[in-house]
Design a binder for this molecule. Structure first.
Ligand SMILES: Nc1ncnc2c1ncn2[C@@H]1O[C@H](COP(=O)(O)OP(=O)(O)OP(=O)(O)O)[C@@H](O)[C@H]1O
Ligand SMILES: [Mg+2]
Ligand SMILES: [Mg+2]
Length: 507
C-alpha cells in the first residue's frame, strides 16, 4: 500500500484485498477445512502486534451477542438503550457498537454514539492498524507460531481488530459486539471478560462452517459464554436449549433463559412481532447488566415499569434494512434483509400483512392495492432455492384470491449496470462465473415457475436494473394503485437497493 494512499476509499480497497478469494474458499471446502481455535489465537497475536493486551479489552465493557437470527437487532436495541441512558444520566461515557454485515457502507459496522464512524476517522484508524501490523516484530510473542510476520487478518477479522483500536482510542466504556459467524471461533471471541453474553434465537444457517444440526450450531454460539460473566438467552427449540445449558454448566456460567419481558406490554416494539420482542427482551437484560456495572445508582426492578430511557431506547431504535417501508409515487418498497428459511417466512408474513392492509383500504374504490412484485437474491448458497417455497406460499395464502407475486425478479448483488459493484460491496468470495451466468438466479427462476406458474418471472443482472424494472411496472398501474414490491433474500441486495432507492451512496 503506497504511503500516500490514505483516504476512505483507499481503506476500503485495502480491506477488500483481505477478502478470501473464491478459489481459496473452494479449495478449503473440498479439503474439509473447518474453523478451529487458531482464529481466536491469531486474533490475540494481532491484538498484541497493534499494541494491546487482552486485558485492555476489559476497559470496553463488552456486551457480546451471538445467535442465528436477531443478533444485529438485539445489539442495536442495547446500543439504543445505553445511548438514551447516557443522554439522560451521563453514563456510559461513550457507547460503541460493532455489527455485521454492513448495509450501505463498511464504516456502519463500527459506530460510536450510534453513528457510523466518519470516513476520515475510519481511514485514519484503519491505516494505523495497517502500519502497526506491518511494523510488528512477531518474535516478541515467543516461540509459538503465530500468523506470518507482517500479515493481516482476513476481512471480517481485520474489522474486528480495527473496532478494538477505534473504541480503545476513543475511550468507549460500553461496547456492544455482534459475532460474525458462530461464537467459539469467531474473531470477537478474543474478549475474555465480557460484561455479559447474550444468545439470540438459534436456527439453521452457515451449515458448512457450523454444522448441519441445531445442536452443533448451538455449541458454537455457546462459545461466547465466559465464566464470571452473566449469560442470557431467549426461548429456544429444545435441542438448542439443551446444548446451551450443558455448555453453561461446563463453564460454570449462570445462564438465564428469558421469557418475553412482561414490561414490554406497554412498549411499542417494531415490528410488532414475537421474534422482535424476544430480541428486545434479551437487549433489556444485557443493558441492565451493563448499567448495573457502570452506574452504582442503577438497579433493575422487574416489578416496576421499564425506566424511561429503556422505553425510549427500544422505541426509537434505528436498524435499517429490516422490515422497512419506503413509499414512492408509484411503488411501495418493502425491504427486509432476511436470508434464512425462518426469517424469510417472517419477512413474507410481514409483507403479506402490509399488503393486505393496503388491499383492504382500497376495497371501496374497487381498485386493488397494485401488483405484488418480488425482487430476490441470495448469492453463494445452494440451499437458498429452498427459501422460495415459504416465501411464495405465505404471500399466496394472504391473498383472498390466492394470487402470489404477479412479478418475480431474480437479480445478482451487483449494484450498478454500468459500473458494477459499489466499492463497499465488492465481493470476491463468490464464483465470478456464477455471477456472470446468473447460475443461482436461473435455478431460482425455474423453481418459482413450478411453485407459481402464473407468475411473471424475469432474470435481471443488477440491482439497479431490477429496481428500474419494478418502477417501470409502476408506470402501468391504475390510478391510486402502487406496485407493492418486496426486496429480500440478502442483506447485500437490500443494502444495494436502499442506496439506489434513496440515491444515497453515503449514509
Ligand atoms: N429473533 C429472531 N427470530 C427469527 N428471525 C429474526 C429474529 N430477529 C430478526 N429476525 C429476522 O432476521 C432478519 C435479520 O435480523 P438481524 O439483522 O437482527 O439478524 P442477525 O442475526 O444480525 O443476522 P445476520 O446473519 O444477517 O448478521 C430480520 O430482518 C428479521 O426478518
Ligand atoms: Mg448470519
Ligand atoms: Mg447481523
Amino acid at each position: 500500500m503506497a504511503s500516500n494512499a490514505r483516504s476512505y476509499n483507499d481503506a476500503i480497497d485495502a480491506l477488500n484485498s483481505l477478502q478470501t478469494p473464491f478459489a481459496v474458499i473452494e479449495a478449503r471446502r473440498k479439503a474439509g477445512v473447518r474453523p478451529d481455535g487458531t482464529s481466536v489465537r491469531d486474533m490475540g497475536a494481532y491484538l498484541a502486534r497493534i499494541g494491546y493486551a487482552p486485558a485492555d479489552l476489559d476497559r470496553l465493557g463488552i456486551v457480546h451477542v451471538a445467535g442465528t437470527k436477531g443478533k444485529g437487532s438485539t445489539c442495536a436495541f442495547v446500543d439504543s438503550i445505553l445511548s438514551q441512558y447516557r443522554r439522560a444520566r451521563g453514563t456510559p461515557r461513550k457507547v460503541g457498537l460493532f455489527t455485521s454485515p454492513h448495509l450501505i457502507a463498511v464504516r456502519e459496522r463500527i459506530r460510536i454514539g450510534s453513528r457510523p464512524l466518519s470516513e476520515e476517522l475510519f481511514a485514519r484508524y484503519f491505516f494505523q492498524v495497517w502500519d502497526r501490523l506491518e511494523a510488528a516484530q512477531p518474535a516478541a510473542e515467543g516461540a509459538e507460531a503465530g500468523p506470518a510476520p507482517g500479515s493481516k487478518p482476513i476481512y471480517a477479522r481485520y474489522l474486528t481488530l480495527l473496532s478494538y483500536h477505534v473504541f480503545l482510542s476513543e475511550g468507549v466504556d460500553a461496547a456492544v459486539y455482534e459475532t460474525g459467524i458462530g461464537g467459539e471461533y469467531d474473531a470477537t471471541n478474543v474478549v475474555e471478560h465480557p460484561v455479559a453474553a447474550g444468545i439470540s434465537t438459534l436456527g439453521i444457517d452457515h451449515v458448512y462452517v457450523l454444522g448441519h444440526t441445531v445442536d452443533r450450531i448451538a455449541w458454537h454460539k455457546a462459545g461466547i459464554m465466559k465464566a464470571g460473566s452473566p449469560a442470557f438467552t431467549v426461548e429456544q427449540v429444545p435441542e438448542a436449549a439443551a446444548v446451551l445449558r450443558e455448555r453453561a454448566a461446563e463453564k460454570g456460567v449462570a445462564l438465564r433463559e428469558l421469557a418475553v419481558d412482561p414490561r414490554l406490554a406497554s412498549v411499542r416494539i417494531r415490528p410488532d412481532a414475537t421474534f422482535q420482542k424476544k430480541n428486545a427482551t434479551l437487549a433489556i437484560a444485557l443493558a441492565e447488566t451493563a448499567l448495573t456495572r457502570l452506574d452504582p445508582s442503577f438497579s433493575p426492578d422487574l416489578s416496576a415499569p421499564l425506566p424511561r430511557e429503556f422505553v425510549d431506547g427500544l422505541e426509537q431504535v434505528v436498524w435499517r434494512g429490516r422490515c422497512e417501508v419506503i413509499e414512492e409515487d408509484r411503488v411501495v418498497w418493502h425491504v427486509d434483509g432476511a436470508h434464512t428459511v425462518d426469517s424469510l417466512k417472517m419477512a413474507a408474513r410481514w409483507f403479506a400483512g402490509e399488503w393486505a392492509g393496503e388491499e383492504s383500504k382500497s376495497k371501496s374504490t374497487a381498485a386493488a392495492a397494485g401488483p405484488k412484485v418480488l425482487i430476490f437474491n441470495q448469492q453463494g448458497r445452494a440451499e437458498a432455492v429452498d427459501f422460495l417455497n415459504g416465501l411464495c406460499n405465505t404471500v399466496k395464502k394472504a391473498d383472498p384470491a390466492g394470487r402470489g407475486f404477479e412479478h418475480v425478479i431474480f437479480c445478482t448483488n451487483v449494484t450498478y449496470a454500468a459500473t458494477g459493484y459499489k466499492r463497499d460491496f465488492v465481493n470476491k468470495q463468490y464464483n465470478p462465473k456464477d455471477i456472470e451466468n446468473m447460475t443461482a438466479q436461473r435455478v431460482f427462476a425455474e423453481r418459482w415457475s413450478t411453485l407459481d406458474p402464473s407468475a411473471n418471472v424475469t432474470l435481471i443482472p443488477t440491482i439497479e436494473e431490477a429496481i428500474n424494472k419494478a418502477r417501470s411496472l409502476g408506470e402501468t398501474v391504475g390510478d391510486g394503485q402502487k406496485v407493492q414490491a418486496l426486496i429480500t433474500g440478502s442483506l447485500h441486495l437490500v443494502g444495494g437497493a436502499l442506496g439506489i432507492i434513496e440515491k444515497a451512496d453515503a449514509l
